[in-house]
Design a protein around this ligand. Structure first.
Ligand code: AP5
Length: 219
């Protein structure tokens, strides 16, 4: 299965990608997670990336494409993957298509999760993520059993720095200007499915599975 999950910030890409990756036993490749790992290393490149992310802007393509290329080379990505938050603009989409074509492969489906702006802000402001295993929670909708502690591994839960309301608004603007045009691009290729992101995560998952039913079945 070679799948792209796209959609505005907070639409639930990460939540759904984690569930689908476990179901299909293929990796979730999240460009945001790859970038945050570089930022944690505290290198010059990491500091540069952190600047873009803190402002809610896209990190330059060259940098992101190199991270994705390195991740694709790993053994676990050879049997398929779920791309979460990548590609983010036309240049990234074209680079991905070229890379897959070179390997004799194609994307099987692009699922765009839709969510209105007011729900985006509500979801993002309540998000908490585990520092250790990246599991995701929401203080109202998916609270952990013990506040601040991951149910799965006991790790510390934290709030992302780019989740401040002003930065979220900028991330929504960037999505509308740079990423939303990909819906036309993938629509023309006939591989786009748009899925309503409103409702419980399990309901959204059901809709995604229905959209994927003609493409692949979980292992
Ligand atoms: P990135 O990390 O990709 O963030 P994003 O796209 O803005 O998306 P989020 O991670 O905020 O949300 P999500 O859709 O995954 O939702 P989630 O499942 O967490 O990017 C961050 C930054 O990195 C970018 O701004 C940019 O600077 C840079 N970047 C990343 N990729 C790049 C690229 N390719 N090129 C250039 N720059 C790049 O859910 C959110 C919350 O809602 C959680 O708390 C969750 O528990 C809850 N939730 C989820 N589903 C539901 C539901 N159905 N009902 C109720 N609550 C729910």
């Amino acid at each position: 299965m070679r799948l792209v999950l796209t959609g505005p910030p907070g639409a639930g890409k990460g939540t759904q990608a984690q569930a689908l990756a476990a179901m299909w036993r293929i990796p979730q490749i999240a460009s945001g997670d790859l970038l945050r790992a570089v930022v944690r290393e505290d290198s010059e490149l990491g500091r540069e990336a952190a600047g873009y992310m803190g402002r809610g802007q896209l990190v330059p393509d060259e940098f992101v494409l190199k991270l994705i290329a390195d991740r694709f080379r790993k053994k676990d990505a050879q049997g398929g993957f779920i791309l979460d938050g990548f590609p983010r603009n036309l240049a990234q989409a074209e680079a991905l298509a070229k890379r897959l074509e070179h390997a004799g492969l194609k994307l099987e489906k692009v699922v765009a999760i839709t969510l209105p702006d007011e729900k985006i802000v509500k979801r993002i402001s309540g998000r908490r993520t585990c520092r250790k295993c990246s599991a995701m929670y929401h203080i109202l909708f998916e609270p952990p059993a013990k506040p601040g502690v991951c149910d799965k591994c006991g790790g510390e839960l934290y709030q992302r720095e780019d989740d401040a309301e002003g930065t979220v608004r900028e991330r929504i603007n960037v999505y509308d200007a740079m990423t939303r045009p990909l819906l036309d691009y993938y629509g023309r290729l006939g591989i786009l499915a748009q899925v309503d992101g409103i409702g419980r995560p399990e309901e959204v998952e059901k809709r995604i599975l229905a959209a994927l039913s003609g493409v692949a079945k979980p292992k």
